[in-house]
Design a protein. Structure first.
Length: 249
């Protein structure tokens, strides 16, 4: 008699609550076509709009898109200007669509360094959509993971200095509560397009146990079919958070 060892069942994947996306490749997409880099950002809006629609339709609660990092100011003044104008125009153009689909807008990052006209549009849309009950769309603009951690350190340092807490009582959870992203659940899955496998200063603290999917597709060509591939990748993972196994309950 031959004994066959039963294959151990894979634990069911945890539900996807928070999807985050590093939208990379706009400039390279345009350059491949012989166009100025900023042309790619115009085409990238189409991909973003499709992703927001898909996540809303599929019931994903949170979607973060990395729209502009603290390091992106190093790009040419023309490209930065185009990105800022494009963000403002898109928010204004699609505001009714956000309301119709009950999408609530959040902003993660320092808006104070943006032009007043851009900052005002972001603030107006956050206020306008605050009662919407569907997808929470988090736009990371002028955001950096290191800067977010530093801001938390400064806030905790002030609290210690003012006698509001003891240094020895600071825990990971306590520290995290001082971070601006703590109002959202940590991302379960981070998608990076453009065949680049780095976080680029994005969600450094909260990405500790995020699954990371790197797509070879440049962002302007990232469509619903590519998104489904990324979500399928997530369903095949076993998220153990450092444990040896995760049993089904």
């Amino acid at each position: 008699m031959v004994y066959v060892k039963k294959k151990e069942a894979r634990p069911a994947p945890l539900p996807l609550q928070h999807l985050a996306v590093i939208m990379d490749g706009n400039g390279r997409w345009a350059e491949k076509k012989g166009w100025p880099r900023y042309f790619g950002h115009f085409r990238g809006v189409k991909s973003l709009r499709q992703m927001v629609k898909s996540c809303s339709r599929w019931g994903i609660p949170y979607l973060t898109v990395f729209a502009f990092s603290t390091e992106n100011w190093k790009r040419s003044s023309i490209e930065v200007s185009v990105i800022m104008k494009l963000m403002s125009r898109s928010l204004t153009r699609y505001q009714q669509e956000l309301d119709r689909n009950q999408i609530r807008l959040h902003v993660l990052g320092n808006l104070e360094e943006l032009a007043p006209s851009v900052r005002n549009i972001f603030n107006e849309m956050v206020e306008r959509t605050k009662n919407n009950t569907g997808l929470k769309l988090i736009v990371a603009v002028n955001y950096g993971g290191r800067q977010e951690i530093i801001q938390a350190v400064r806030a905790i340092s002030r609290a210690v200095k003012e006698g509001q807490m003891e240094i020895d009582n600071i825990t990971e959870d306590h520290f995290y509560s001082y971070m601006s992203s703590s109002v959202f659940p940590p991302p379960d899955l981070i998608i990076r397009t453009g065949a680049v496998s780095r976080l680029s200063n994005f969600y450094l603290w909260t990405a500790a146990y995020s699954e990371i999917y790197v797509s070879d597709v440049l962002w302007p060509d990232f469509n619903e079919a590519e998104l489904k591939k990324a979500l399928h990748f997530y369903t095949q993972t076993s998220r153990r958070f450092g444990a040896a196994s995760l049993e089904r309950k």
